[in-house]
Write a protein that binds this ligand. Structure first.
Ligand SMILES: Nc1ncnc2c1ncn2[C@@H]1O[C@H](COP(=O)(O)OP(=O)(O)OP(=O)(O)O)[C@@H](O)[C@H]1O
Ligand SMILES: [Mg+2]
Length: 160
């Protein structure tokens, strides 16, 4: 049966979720939950220092989408594509990019605005590109006072 649903929302509704992780496995588990509920067109920007756990997050996220194989940083290829799962996953690593012009030259719009989900490590390299809706800002922070493997993970979504 065909149905129509209208959603009217006044004003922005920012939501922030905060997690504490004490191991790579825990970070992957948190990410897996987001992979399970991700929708087409979602873009997850993953921020955090070198070695913070962005790729670990990507691994768990891919698992949540149904991908069981290996996930490694696409540092030299810029983007790895995973298909044959619930939604296509485009995993970007912009570390080696100079600026957004480089991103344009690989035709990023074909991915960000397609029916898959994008995960972007080092979004700071092309910040001006990430201004659309459906952006989730994931921050992974270490806090050595809480141990080497501690990470604070926040996931913020503008919601409109
Ligand atoms: N709580 C944790 N969450 C995630 N990773 C952790 C945690 N504790 C330890 N680690 C370790 O930290 C490292 C994170 O590496 P990862 O490649 O995911 O970092 P990255 O943020 O992608 O770095 P880069 O900027 O170089 O791509 C892994 O070796 C992982 O085992
Ligand atoms: Mg990485």
């Amino acid at each position: 049966m065909a149905t129509r649903r209208s959603i009217i929302r006044l004003g922005g509704s920012m939501t922030t979720k905060r997690f504490e992780s004490r191991s790579a496995e825990e970070t992957a588990e948190i990410a897996q939950h987001f992979g399970k509920s991700a929708a087409p067109g979602d873009i997850f920007c993953l921020s955090g220092n070198l070695g913070a756990g962005k790729t670990v997050f990507a691994r768990g996220f891919a698992k949540g989408l149904g991908y069981e194989g290996a996930v490694t940083s696409p540092t030299f290829t810029i983007m790895n594509e995973y298909t044959g799962i619930r939604l296509p996953l485009y995993h970007f690593d912009l570390y080696r990019l100079e600026d957004a012009t480089d991103l344009e030259s690989i035709g990023y719009e074909d991915y960000f605005f397609a029916d898959g989900v994008s995960l972007v490590e080092w979004p700071e390299r092309a910040e001006e590109v990430f201004n659309s809706k459906n952006i989730y800002r994931v921050q992974i922070k270490t806090d050595l006072s809480q141990g080497e493997e501690f990470r604070e993970i926040t996931v913020e979504n503008s919601g409109d």
